[in-house]
Design a protein around this ligand. Structure first.
Ligand SMILES: [Zn+2]
Length: 398
């Protein structure tokens, strides 16, 4: 039995306990993720000691993992996503012989230059890269959006494309500007599934050339560039890459527009670049690949996304081994290719993706893909697509 004095003390203790419990509960209900423990710690002396800025934080991992260096791919590679010496003039021109030397050392047999534009600019890429080295380089053409308001835009693009193919183009490239930036004279964004573009998609099917299409961007680019954004540093370096705000369609809306085009043109092959631009959600991409037999994916510049979910990514690569193409979207240097080969061929753990830490401060893990899958992804799937080419188109020049 409690003495009066001790009972008072006990009641005070009990009251305090209940009050604390109520406060903790209220805090838990009122707060959202992430867990508030970090803020609690910042109240302590540790917060005063933490004067290092995030941008300067570059810890060296103390792991001692196995390292395999893979300078040469196990099978010859076709890099279906590149911009080396393209028609846009954005990148530095590299002497073709230098590019070929790096390709030979890395076992890259062919590079697809996606941004070939049209007309004379396309011709210059053909003359500089493709004609002197027909086994090593392919070039794709692009539509001329500045003509979107022409009455017969669709037919004009068909003629432009036919002309491009006669010059040597073997595919059509669509940049992310379609859906995000291209506007017509009404001031409205041109949707990816705008019917004015239908003749162009159809013509690609008739010619037997693929459409390599880049739609939307990483999921985080459509969210506020705040402290919860996993691509915060990248968005601070490239503010124009943020598509957050009412002036932009949602990522979901853009992907749906693209998928409607793929569904509407079943005789045209679509290579949905950057893992159909939702590598963060491989369940969704898998469902699309099941639904659209004319859809393929490529993984250029998405090593960081796939490499941080190695078990799910490996399953994806095994499940869709006939639908995935090798692409890099990076300057074709040996070290870059070695990074991709290490990721695809070895089981190495916790290493930097190519371009680290631009996309985010996480490391990646190798997938150790089996040989038969590697060979399909490195070259067989791409070869199958390019073998669908039906020959030079008939008809008038644009
Ligand atoms: Zn690209």
């Amino acid at each position: 039995m409690l003495l009066p004095y001790r009972r008072t003390q006990f009641l005070a203790f009990l009251g305090g306990f209940i009050l604390t419990g109520v406060l903790v509960l209220a805090y838990a209900v009122g707060s959202e993720k992430p867990a508030p423990t970090i803020q609690h710690k910042e109240d302590s002396n540790a917060a005063k000691r933490m004067t290092l800025l995030l941008k300067d934080f570059a810890p060296h991992p103390m792991l001692h993992p196995t390292v395999h260096v893979v300078p040469r791919a196990k099978f010859p590679v076709i890099d279906v996503h590149n911009h080396v010496n393209d028609a846009t003039g954005h990148g530095d021109q590299i002497p073709p012989a230098e590019v070929i030397k790096a390709m030979d050392r890395a076992n890259v047999k062919q590079i697809v230059i996606l941004t070939g534009m049209w007309g004379n600019k396309l011709q210059a890429v053909v003359d500089n890269m493709v004609k002197p080295h027909p086994d090593r380089f392919l070039v794709f053409a692009q539509p001329d959006w500045s003509r979107i308001d022409d009455v017969n835009f669709g037919q004009e693009m068909v003629r432009l494309l036919d002309d491009g193919v006669r010059r040597g183009a073997r595919g059509l490239k669509i940049l992310k500007e379609l859906g995000l930036n291209v506007k017509d004279q009404s001031g409205k964004l041109v949707a990816i599934d705008d019917p004015r573009l239908d003749p162009m998609w159809e013509e690609c099917g008739k010619l037997g050339i693929p459409v390599s299409i880049h739609t939307s961007d990483p999921e985080a680019f459509f969210l506020p560039a705040d402290r919860h954004n996993e691509r915060y540093e990248e968005l601070m370096h490239n503010p124009a890459w943020s598509f957050f705000g009412p002036q932009f369609p949602s990522k979901q809306a853009l992907l749906e527009q693209r998928n409607r085009v793929i569904a509407k043109h079943p005789h045209t092959t679509f290579i949905a670049l950057h893992v159909a631009n939702w590598p963060e959600n491989l369940d969704a991409v898998s469902a699309w690949l099941d639904k659209y037999p004319n859809m393929y994916v490529e993984f250029g510049a998405r090593q960081a996304e796939l490499g941080r979910q190695p078990r799910r990514a490996r399953k994806f690569f095994l499940d869709y081994q006939d639908r995935i193409l090798f692409g890099t979207d990076a300057e074709p240097v040996e070290k870059m290719y070695a990074s991709y080969f290490r990721w695809l061929e070895t089981g190495d753990e916790y290493f930097e993706y190519w371009g680290y830490p631009e996309q985010g401060r996480w490391e990646i893990y190798g997938m150790e893909l089996p040989d038969n899958v590697l060979e399909k992804i490195y070259n067989k799937n791409a070869q199958k697509i390019f073998s669908q080419f039906k020959g030079q188109p008939e008809g008038n020049k644009p």
